[in-house]
Design a protein around this ligand. Sequence first.
Ligand code: ADX
Length: 599
Amino acid sequence: LLGRWLIEGGRVAADQISKVERICAEKGLPFEPAFLMDAFEEEQSQGVSIDSTRAQMEFGGQNYLFIDVPGHLEFLKNMTSGASGAELGILLIDAAEGVQAQTAMHLRILSILGIVNVVVAVNKIDKIAYQADKYLKLMAQAEELVQSLKLHTVGVVPIAALTGENVLYKGDKTNWYSGGSLLEIIAGHAAKRKASKAVEQFRMLLQDIYKLNDERYFLGSVVSGSVRPGDSIYFSPSGKSSKVESIAKFPNMQRSGAVEGESIAIKLTDQIYVERGEIISRPDQAPDTDSELRATIVWLSPHPLRFDSEYLFKIGTAEVLCTVDAIATEDAFNKPIVNGEILDVLLKLSHPVAFDRTGETGGINKFVICSTYETVAAGVIDSQNLHSIKIPIPNPNVRSEDGYLDRTSCEGMHGHKGTVLWLTGLSGAGKSTIAKALEKTLFQRQYRVMALDADNLRAGLCADLGFTTEERSENIRRIAEMAKFCANKGFIVVVACLSPYQRDRETARNIIGDSDFNEIFISCSVEVCKSRDPKGLYDSASKGTIKSFTGLDSPYQVPLSATLSLDSSQMSLEQEVAVLISLLKQKSIIEEASTEKQF
Ligand code: ADX
């Protein structure tokens, strides 16, 4: 097929064709485009630069790069280490031989490379005498296989690369086939891709931060979407946000914007401190962050996978340490995982990284795993959220019982409405102090209030939980369920919980309900929190006795759409309480006046 593309694409000089024709004639063989490939290989060994596995050519004003993947594992390494992901896979099936065991393996590799769109080309249709019924059987088989691997069939086409039937142009021997030629199918897909590029989300990989004449520049490559001065941007996994002041493309050229494929330097409107490895996005299209991932990998090393070894995990520009656990089968632990094997794994990372759950709309979901010396695996992150998988599904045999008191009766009895104020912020920001002061004020004014301090709950209800991302998620899920319960009993619930991840706060919002969930960000810089250090934890963490401490070696993602932000380094406690009381009034949770009592 590649030989056919080359001939039709005008990439082969007439004398080369006649040379191959002559050799074929001498050997009494019919001319085959495949022989051209052999001829190229020979030339290549003599230093002529035609790559026998890659062919670039133009058809109808559109440039194509065809890459032949002979199932070589070495090739996979090249393919995954660069940003050279193909846009479309052509699965070539021999009409005479049918779907082979290897075919499924090749398709799985495509999916690991993030190539979800596949054209099935049933080749050598001449060998089965252009028979429609045989082709249709193969077509159904191939389509089923492609779909079973969650790939998408862009088209299925009967071709004969030898004669050119249906490769570039429709031939006359398969009149029963009503679809387009292989090239027409590919061109149609390319046009669609072009249109969809316009809606791709902005993703830039942060490579470095340069200081130049006292200005800080954030360097990296735009891998999808576009960016312009004035845009609000968000850094993941650190959760920092800022605005683009200007964009430069070295050497020293100011730019009015940048698009996919460009390496640029961004100057921000304010000073933020982040490191290489972050993904820059729009605030409302932030990628996921986690330190535990489900993924599918293909093992690429002659040395077997070791479950007790630490490897280097690389995604985008981020590099962290990881260990690999198999999740698919018990068996995986018993037999060595060797070259070419594909398996489902759970990756435990030393630090959280940012990533996307799908490669669609420009998402970053592919990674490689390296040992000290080599790339040992390539993989794709599972599209299902590890944590959402964990959220228990209620047993259908358990039915909830309506109590005697419903929310309206409770609220009527209390004389005010129920709601949740969810205080989030760093350790030492003042959440507990504010929650306690607010509890006191509301109580003195005879409102029914319930303060849920995460530190206290961790002594009992959540005593089984530590501080991995997964355990923090579970912690927040439990607190959110409790808060919801109390709000439904007409209480004003004040939650004080670090809740560092946007995703977990969104889970809390979903559990509690949008109308009851008020996200209150107690903002305070790490430096101030460190200097306060009421529990001496920052001190212990900087000495290394506490690991994954939020604000130090574990991220805090600043809320993007908090109901209120209170800067505890600027406001007094009284001011903070007053602001929260006026929020409750403004939301008609409590009335304007209420008799105050001293208890
Ligand atoms: S959350 O991350 O799951 O939301 P939560 O609010 O329950 O955290 O608990 C945070 C409190 O646990 C902190 O105020 C601090 O006292 C204590 N703590 C102990 N280890 C850590 C850690 N590694 N990161 C953050 N807080 C920690």
